[in-house]
Ligand binder design. Structure first.
Ligand code: ADP
Ligand code: GLC
Length: 477
C-alpha cells in the first residue's frame, strides 16, 4: 500500500467546472478500492458544496498567511479530502478560475502559488498531520509549482504530474515570479521560465518524476507542434517518463440502470425505455414530441477546443434533414449568441440551454440518439464515454481520447460488433457533415442501430483497469 496525496483544483461533487473534477472525484475512489491510502488536497472555495462533516486539523504558516487545513470526505466515498482554507484567497463567490462576472481571477497566480506551497508543507509532513505521502500526484497547471518546489527538498516524496489539458498553462509575467517570492534556482529556461515568463505547467513537466496524460493518443500528440504549444520539445525530451492512461468514469454516477436524474432507467436489454427519456427531454425543452425523429445532443464548455464553430457551420445543412438538436453549455459569448439565434429561428428543431445543469446533462445523455463531439483536440473527453454508456451513439473527431474510445462504424466493425460510433478525421464542417450523414443513414436501419448502441453499452468504462495502471506507475517510483 502506498500513501498518495492527490492534488487538484476541483473535484466532483464538491466543485466542478469540467472533466478534471470528474476524474478527481472518481480516480481516488478507485485507487483506494485497490488498497492505496489516498488523500485529496484542494482549495477551500466558497462555492464548495459540502455535505459531510468538516473538521479543523491544523494551521500552517506560508508567506505570512496562516492557513488552516480542514478535513472532510468525498460524499458517498470513504476518501479523505483536505481543504486548504485561506479566506483571503478563496472565500469569494465564483468558480476556481473566474469571478462571478466570468473574469479570470486577477490574483490566480497568488491563489494557486499559495495552494502549492501549502501542499508542499503537507507533502513534507510539516503541517502536523502526521502523514507523509510516498507519492504526490499533481493535476494540471494549478498544481505545477508542487513538483518544482519539492525538487528542492531533501527526502521528498516522488511526484507524478497528470496533464488534463495543455491549452491551460498558468503563464504569468516575470514580475509575478518575483512578487511570489519563489526560489531563484527555479528561474531558468530548463526550469519554470518560459520565454521570460512564469509557467506553472512547466513546473510540473520539468520537475515531476513521471508525467502522464489522459489518453495514449494525446500523449503522442503533445509531442508535436500542433498540440504542444511550444512545449513539444520538452515533452519529447521527457518521453521515456511520459505515458497516456485513459480516464475511466464513475460508473455509479453515470449509470442508466440507476440514474435518479432521468425519467426511466434502462439497460441494453430494455432500450425501449430510453424512448421515455427522449419524450421527457422533448417535452422539457418544448420540442415537438416524436420518438422516431433522430435527436443530436451536445453538452460542453463552449470554447474553441470543442469544435462548436464546426457544428454551427453544419447547422444550416442539418436543418434540411428531419432531426432535432439539443445543446447545453456555456462559455464564449459569441458562440452562445449565435447558437441562441439558431434556436430562435428554428424553435421546432433546435433547443439551446445556456448554463450549467447537471440534471439536464444526465437527461440529455439518456434522451438523445446521437452525441456530437467534433473537438479540435481532446485530451480524453468524458461525454463521449457517458454517451456510449447511455446507448447514445457518438460522432467524434479522430483526436486524443476520442480516437481511443470510439470505434468507427465500417462494414468490418459492424460485422464483428465492435463499432460504437462515427469517427471523422479533418477538422472541417464538410468532414463533420459527412459523419452526421453516415449516422443518419444508420439510424434509419433500426436493427443495425440497436446493435451499435448495444456494442457501446456493453464495454467496460470503469476505472479499474486505468487505476491499476496508475498503481503500476506509483510502484515504479
Ligand atoms: P472538459 O473537461 O474539457 O470540459 P470532458 O468531456 O472531459 O471535457 O468533461 C466535461 C464534463 O463537464 C462532463 O462531465 C460534462 O457533462 C460536464 N459539463 C460540461 N458542460 C456542462 C454544462 N453546461 N452543464 C452540465 N455539465 C456540463
Ligand atoms: C480536460 C480535457 C478533457 C479530459 C478532462 C479530464 O478538461 O479537456 O478532454 O477528459 O480534462 O481528464
Amino acid at each position: 500500500m502506498k500513501k498518495i496525496l492527490f492534488v487538484t483544483s476541483e473535484a466532483h461533487p464538491l466543485i466542478k467546472t469540467g472533466g478534471l473534477a470528474d476524474v478527481a472525484g472518481s480516480l481516488p475512489k478507485a485507487l483506494s478500492d485497490l488498497g492505496e491510502d489516498v488523500r485529496i488536497i484542494m482549495p477551500n472555495y466558497q462555492a464548495i458544496k459540502m455535505t459531510d462533516e468538516v473538521r479543523y486539523l491544523s494551521t500552517v504558516h506560508v508567506n505570512n498567511y496562516a492557513v488552516n487545513i480542514l478535513e472532510t470526505r468525498l460524499p458517498e466515498a470513504n476518501v479523505i479530502v483536505w481543504l486548504v482554507d485561506c479566506p483571503e484567497f478563496f472565500d469569494f463567490p465564483g468558480n476556481p478560475y473566474v469571478d462571478e462576472q466570468g473574469e479570470l481571477w486577477e490574483n490566480s497566480a497568488e491563489r494557486f502559488a499559495l495552494f502549492c506551497r501549502v501542499t508542499v508543507e503537507v507533502a513534507m509532513n510539516r503541517s502536523w498531520l502526521d502523514w507523509k505521502p510516498d507519492i504526490v500526484h499533481c493535476n494540471d497547471w494549478q498544481s505545477g509549482l508542487v513538483p518544482a518546489l519539492l525538487s528542492l527538498e531533501h527526502n521528498r516524496p516522488a511526484t507524478v504530474f497528470t496533464i488534463h489539458n495543455m491549452a491551460y498553462q498558468g503563464i504569468f509575467p516575470s514580475a509575478t515570479y518575483l512578487s511570489l517570492n519563489l526560489p531563484g534556482q527555479l528561474w531558468n529556461m530548463n526550469g519554470i521560465e518560459f520565454h521570460n515568463r512564469l509557467s506553472f505547467l512547466k513546473g510540473g513537466l520539468v520537475y515531476s518524476d513521471r508525467i502522464t496524460t489522459v489518453s495514449p493518443t494525446y500523449a503522442q500528440e503533445i509531442q508535436t507542434a500542433d498540440f504542444g504549444y511550444g512545449l513539444e520539445g520538452l515533452l519529447s525530451y521527457r518521453k521515456d517518463f511520459l505515458s497516456g492512461i485513459i480516464n475511466g468514469i464513475d460508473t455509479n454516477h453515470w449509470n442508466p440502470e440507476t440514474d435518479a436524474n432521468i425519467k426511466k432507467t434502462f439497460n441494453h436489454l430494455t432500450l425501449n425505455n430510453k424512448l421515455v427519456n427522449k419524450e421527457e427531454l422533448q417535452q422539457r425543452l418544448s420540442l415537438p414530441i416524436d420518438k422516431n425523429i433522430p435527436i443530436f445532443g451536445l453538452i460542453s464548455r463552449l470554447v474553441e477546443q470543442k469544435g462548436i464553430d464546426l457544428v454551427m457551420d453544419c447547422l444550416p445543412e442539418m436543418l434540411t434533414h428531419p432531426l432535432q438538436f439539443v445543446l447545453l453549455g456555456s462559455g464564449n459569448k459569441e458562440f452562445e449568441q449565435r447558437l441562441q439565434e439558431f434556436a430562435e429561428s428554428h424553435p421546432d428543431k433546435i433547443s439551446i440551454t445556456i448554463g450549467y445543469d447537471e440534471t439536464l446533462a444526465h437527461l440529455i445523455e439518456a434522451g438523445v440518439d446521437i452525441f456530437l463531439m467534433p473537438s479540435r483536440f481532446e485530451p480524453c473527453g468524458l461525454n463521449q464515454i457517458y454517451s456510449l454508456r447511455y446507448g447514445t451513439v457518438p460522432v467524434v473527431r479522430k483526436t486524443g481520447g476520442l480516437a481511443d474510445t470510439v470505434i468507427d462504424t465500417l462494414p468490418e466493425t459492424l460485422n464483428d460488433n465492435t463499432a460504437t460510433g462515427f469517427v471523422f478525421d479533418e477538422a472541417s464542417p464538410g468532414a463533420l457533415m459527412e459523419a452526421i450523414k453516415r449516422a443518419l443513414i444508420l439510424y434509419s436501419l433500426p436493427e443495425t442501430w440497436k446493435q451499435l448502441q448495444i456494442n457501446g453499452m456493453q464495454k467496460d468504462y470503469s476505472w479499474t483497469k486505468s487505476a491499476q495502471q496508475y498503481v503500476a506507475l506509483y510502484n515504479q517510483l
